[in-house]
Design a binder for this molecule. Sequence first.
Ligand code: G6P
Ligand code: MG
Length: 220
Amino acid sequence: HKKGFIFDLDGVIVDTAKYHFMAWKQLSKDLGISFSEAQNEQLKGVSRVKSLEKILAWGNKTISDEMFENLMAKKNEEYLSYIAKMDASEILPEVESVLVFLKEGNQKIALGSASKNARTILSKVKLLHYFEAIVDGTNVKNAKPDPEVFLLASEAIKINPEDCIVFEDSIAGIQAANTAGMLSIGIGNEKVLHEADFVFQNFSKMPNGFLMSLINNEPN
Ligand code: G6P
Ligand code: MG
C-alpha cells in the first residue's frame, strides 16, 4: 500500500521549536508582555503573523502596521541567528532512520510546515533530498488549524487524505490533520496532544513495526 507521510518541521524534524520560543520570549520581554510556556504551546504551528497578533492580544497592546512589520522582521532576524549555527546534530532522535525506512519502502514523503524558513532549515541539516513535496509558509494562505497545508501536501504527492499520516508537535497541527481526514500522530507530550490519534514522545519511542502496520492498514 502506498501511503503519504507528511511531516511538520519545527519540533518534529528539528528542535527549532526552542529557537522560536527564545525569539518570541525576547520580543515579548521587549514589549513588556509576559509570556508563559503554556502560551508558547499555542504558538506552535502558528504562522509568524498570527503568532505576533496573539502575543499583542495577550498583552492588550495595539501597534501601528509599521511597528508590526518591524517586530516580525526583528523576530525572524533573531531566529535566523540561531538557525545559522545549526547542523545535522540538531535532527531529532530517529527522524532520519524513519525517513530512510519510508524512502526504501517507496512511500511518499512530504513536508507540511507553516514556516517560511523551511527549505533553508532542511538544507542546513541535509534532509531536503528525502522530500518529494514541500508545502510551507510560502505556499499556504490559511494557517493551521486550517487543513490547507496538509491538503496541499497530499495533492502534491497524489495520495488521498485518508491515506495520509501526519506527524505534528503542535495542537494546531493535530487539529489541522484531523480536519483534513488524515491520521494524526503527535510527537511530544501526550497531555498536550491528546487530540491526536497516537502520541509518542519522540520517534525513538515509536514501537518497532508501527510504521509497517500503518502501511499495511493493520489495526494498532
Ligand atoms: C512553525 C512553528 C511556529 C512558527 C511558524 C512560522 O509552524 O511551529 O512556531 O511561528 O512555523 O515560522 P517562520 O519560520 O516562518 O517564522
Ligand atoms: Mg511544529
